[in-house]
Write a protein that binds this ligand. Structure first.
Ligand code: NAP
Ligand code: MG
Length: 515
């Protein structure tokens, strides 16, 4: 019997031996920075003329790796390789596919700090954020392995005299997996391995900012014995090869997590049928958020402040689940703001490698200037309470920034900023707070801090988001515990890490035989 799924525990960075192990991993990775990474198509590792440097956002003079960039010709070859491998892989028994995930998870568990160290260098994640990302990647593989085993069992059908009826889940074919850079290990591995364990083959186009972490993961899969062609590693600019991959006639599905803009583009293009295309392409698209924490007048205000601060500024606000709006009852508005400002002042902004850092840099030049643009807009739309400036120029540092008295339909209250910027909005009563919470085009996460049972029940029904939390933060969803995905312009609500997820990568076939 396989043990039931359990979440991988987080590392305890208060323990000296754990600190030393992590430092050793950072030194090991530091010594490996700047290496070259090639495409992997079928069995071939391929260097290309065009290369992209992946840099450390904490220290922008430091090159994490130099990554070969695919063009559309490589993309075509990768799809053909995946298509050829599908003919074999789809016949591999589901339990054997699951065992491959357990093996990869075991290898990742053994190399856990090393992978987290790559996340520190390439994504600018603090130790704790990097550790959680790696733990989640392990969780996805353990969870989806078990899910595939469950799906391969006999499924109950209504008995019919004289017939033997059976329903089996078949894979779809070649999938294009397009992850974001903000969970460069967990989301990338989760989407890829869900597709793979269900029997599909994949072209993995990693996010350009974090292509090295993805290359390391593909190496890990090779070590675990994944056959060539099942996962093809195809780094390259989304703007150059994305459309080609999505449009290709052999593409059966696209599994995307990223911005609303790109997700909508993929959805639209994938819906067009080419003359020689046999199927309707399936699109799984998880997109942006503009997530709200509501604080009720009788809520625990210390808890509210902790929840808001952690959700707004963890990983510098670069989470789709990040709290970027705190909607607070007018009777406790000033007190909550004071508490959040005090907690936020204590968060250390700095190098992700430094164990005392809580808020690291933002990912790249584009994010940096975009977030600073929103800070300027915020100065016009609200009252600046904290931050608003740049940090050290050695990296992409932005101070945790808090605005108050922001109107519900202000730009910084509506648009996803994806950085360390928090807007406080005052609400006259709980009904008004709920209306404000629901007033964006997104619907990903939200939280309510309240002791009022009737209000909690009201919000359970009326607060329209895919992941709604009560009396806790709105980030930190755990695999299996909080299946994750959002409504409206936040995406297709695919609920990653839940029991419905693998169904998206399969097609059920019913077999009826009369004897
Ligand atoms: P992004 O700019 O949309 O990029 C996501 C991926 O799409 C990257 O691999 C990117 O490649 C690729 N891409 C770009 N243009 C493309 C095109 N025309 N066709 C196909 N692929 C294309 O998003 P991001 O900046 O990486 O990530 C941040 C966003 O992700 C935020 O909006 C956040 O809310 C969202 N997110 C959502 C969830 C969720 O579960 N709902 C989870 C995490 C993040 P390049 O890197 O080469 O541009
Ligand atoms: Mg981008």
């Amino acid at each position: 019997m396989r043990e039931p799924f359990r979440n991988e525990p987080f590392s305890d960075f208060t323990k000296t031996d754990v600190i030393h192990e992590f430092m050793a991993a950072l030194s090991k990775v530091d010594a490996a920075l700047g290496q070259e990474y090639m495409l992997k198509i079928g069995p071939d590792h391929m260097e290309t003329k065009q290369k992209r440097k992946s840099i450390n956002p904490s220290q922008i003079s430091q090159v994490v790796g130099v990554v070969s960039q695919a063009d559309t010709e490589h993309a075509h070859r990768a799809i053909l390789a995946a298509s050829a491998a599908f003919e074999e892989w789809k016949r591999v028994e589901p339990h054997a596919r699951a065992r491959l995930l357990y093996k990869a998870a075991a290898n990742l568990r053994r190399r856990r700090h090393e992978f987290s160290a790559w996340l520190v260098y390439e994504a600018g994640k603090s130790w704790a954020e990097a550790d959680a990302d790696t733990a989640e990647a392990i969780d996805f593989m353990e969870f989806y392995g078990r899910e595939m085993e469950r799906l391969s069992e006999t499924h109950p059908l209504v008995p019919f005299p004289g017939e033997h009826n059976e329903l089996v889940y078949l894979p779809l074919g070649v999938g294009i997996v397009i992850p974001p850079w903000n969970f460069p290990l967990a989301i990338m591995a989760g989407m890829t391995m869900a597709a793979v364990v269900a029997g599909n083959t994949v072209v993995l186009k990693p996010a350009s900012a974090t292509a090295v972490v993805a290359a390391k993961f593909v190496e890990l899969l090779e070590d675990a014995g994944l056959p060539d062609g099942v996962v093809n590693y195809l780094p390259g600019a989304g703007s150059e090869i994305g459309d080609f991959l999505v449009d290709h006639t052999l593409t059966r599905f696209v599994c995307f997590t990223g911005s609303r803009e790109v997700g909508l583009r993929i959805n639209e293009r994938a819906s067009a049928r080419l003359p020689d295309q046999k199927w309707i392409k399936r699109v799984i698209a998880e997109m942006g958020g503009k997530d709200t924490i509501i604080v009720d007048e009788d809520g625990d205000l210390a808890l509210a402040a902790e929840a808001i601060t952690a959700s707004a500024f963890g990983y510098a606000g670069q989470k789709c689940s990040a709290c970027s709006r705190a909607v607070v009852h007018e009777n406790v508005y000033d007190e909550v703001i004071d508490k959040v400002v005090a907690l936020t002042k204590a968060l250390k902004l700095g190098h992700a490698e430094d164990p005392s850092t809580v808020v690291g840099p933002v990912i790249d030049e584009r994010a940096y200037s975009n977030i600073l643009k929103y800070v300027e807009i915020g100065r016009k739309e609200g009252v600046l309470m904290l931050g608003g400036g740049k940090g050290s120029q050695t990296g992409y540092y932005i101070e945790p920034t808090i605005f108050k008295d922001v109107a519900p339909y202000a730009q910084i209250a509506q648009e996803e900023i994806f950085g360390p910027v928090l807007a406080f909005i005052k609400a006259a009563n709980f009904d008004a707070a709920l209306d404000i919470a629901n007033n964006t085009e997104y619907g990903l996460t939200g939280a309510v801090i309240s002791r009022n049972r009737a209000h909690i029940e009201q919000a359970r029904e009326a607060f329209h988001v895919g992941n709604l939390y009560f009396n806790r933060k709105c980030t930190g969803a755990m695999v299996g515990v909080h299946p994750f995905g959002g409504f409206n312009m936040s995406g297709t609500d695919s609920k990653a890490g839940g029991r419905d997820y693998l169904l998206l990568f399969t097609q059920p076939k019913v077999l009826s035989e009369r004897f």
